[in-house]
Design a protein around this ligand. Structure first.
Ligand code: CAA
Length: 390
């Protein structure tokens, strides 16, 4: 019996800021963002969107009358948590109409936590093969105006179902981890924006990659040459390119532009359009690979590197299942990205300055969300989620 990802979908906000607009406002050369960071647009959440609505919108296409009652666990990975106590997945359970005999928990370790969720889900399914686990990862990346990280902001959510004998990806048991107590990126509970030592964070990311790969290899994992494709955590897509070059050098492989494009290029497409989505980013990249690669990847191995600042890294691998292409939602995903509303700088600044009211009063938000679920307001410190009917 294999265990892995049976179905997968993603969602980002219905609004975006072109990074060329941000560059113009910040007095930067647009090529710094387009070429230097490898980013074109950032997803900007509406006032009536948060990690719950993004995740519920990502998961909605995966839920149907066949699996609604069979999902026994919901794991919600995020570092943009909306509550210190209640798991965001509990709201999603109600919005999606999942059964009540369900275990729900929220996981945190910066951008890494969705990988912990995936590994835990595989363990649960291996123990009880008839069960299905819904993994959600949803984040809004905020660094603040006029910071070096500003151009790497974004938002997005991924949802996938882990089950036995999956239709899309079998996850291998071998994995390699690396953890170290470092301060490269963090967000104290009393802050809305992340603190980051940007250059240091890229160095630690690459160190964690090398060490995770070493540990993966020692655990009996595949060789570099056994993989046809690789996916990396993508704070910005250029980071994925740097990571892949580093891994190639570590393995004595010479990496030219053509091989780089072949091995990671199709996995970068969606992230270039939405920006950093923290915990969801690696898996949106994986989905981008499955939906956009020109080759049939059936039976081929994909290597994945998950990184969460602070830090935890994990290198692991999957095999693409024959016939995976027939379950693709590429048309819907591309349509979702292409029908987004473009913001000017003022529109972005106004939305990104919006923070949730904290006074316990009755607040209702303008109806801006493009998806099926929205955060209608907050009353008495309670979030009110509704359906838009779209
Ligand atoms: N044309 C083409 N390229 C240009 C250019 C131009 N006109 N101007 C600059 N560039 C290039 C630079 O050469 C540089 O490329 P290299 O890194 O290959 O040398 C690139 O554009 C970026 O330029 P800078 O290094 O000058 O940019 P910066 O210092 O202003 O900011 C950053 C870069 C530190 C990554 C910043 O965006 C940041 O702090 N981001 C947030 C932190 C982050 O994403 N860290 C990644 C690792 S941590 C992680 O992965 C977890 C997570 O999700 C946060």
């Amino acid at each position: 019996m294999s265990v892995g990802i049976d179905d997968i979908s993603f969602y980002s906000s219905g609004m975006f800021l072109p990074l060329a607009t941000l560059a113009e406002h910040n007095g930067e050369d647009p090529d710094k963002y387009r070429i230097g960071l490898g980013q074109e647009r950032m997803g900007v959440p509406a006032q009536d969107e948060d990690i719950v609505t993004l995740a519920a919108n990502a998961a909605r296409p995966l839920i149907n009358s066949d699996n609604r009652e069979n999902i026994t666990t919901v794991l919600f990975a995020t570092e943009s948590s909306i509550d210190q106590s209640k798991a965001a997945g509990v709201y999603v359970q109600r919005l999606l109409g999942l059964g009540s005999n369900c275990r729900i928990v929220e996981l945190k370790q910066a951008c890494y936590s969705a990988t912990a969720a995936l590994q835990m889900a595989c363990g649960l399914v291996a123990r009880k093969p008839e069960s299905q686990v819904l993994v959600l990862a949803s984040d809004i990346a905020r660094y603040g105006f006029d910071t070096p990280g500003e151009a790497t902001q974004g938002c997005g959510a991924i949802a996938f179902i882990v089950k036995a004998n999956p239709r899309l990806l079998a996850v291998h048991a071998e994995t390699g981890c690396y953890s170290e107590d470092v301060m490269d990126f963090w967000r104290p509970n009393y802050m809305d924006t992340a603190l980051v030592d940007g250059k240091y964070s890229t160095i630690i990311y690459l160190k964690a990659l090398r060490q995770s790969w070493k540990n993966y290899h020692e655990a009996g994992g595949l060789d570099f040459g056994d993989f046809s494709r690789f996916c990396y955590h993508l704070p910005f897509t250029k980071m994925g390119e740097k990571a892949h070059r580093k891994l190639a050098v570590t393995n004595g492989v010479s990496m030219d532009v053509e091989l780089l494009e072949k091995q990671i290029g199709s996995g970068l497409l969606y992230n270039r359009q939405i920006g950093n989505s923290y915990s969801a980013s690696l898996y949106i990249g994986l989905l981008s690979l499955l939906e956009n690669d020109q080759e049939d990847l059936s039976g081929q191995n994909v290597g994945l590197f998950s990184y969460g600042s602070g830090c935890v890294g994990e290198f692991f691998s999957v095999t693409v299942q024959p016939g995976y292409k027939q379950y693709s939602r590429r048309v819907q995903h591309v349509d979702m990205l292409e029908t987004r509303q473009e913001l000017d700088y003022e529109g972005y600044a106004s939305l990104f300055s919006h923070t949730c009211p904290k006074d316990g009063g009755e607040h209702y938000f303008p109806s801006e969300a493009a998806g099926h679920y929205r955060l209608a307001g907050i009353h008495d410190h309670k979030r009110i989620y509704t359906e838009t009917g779209d």
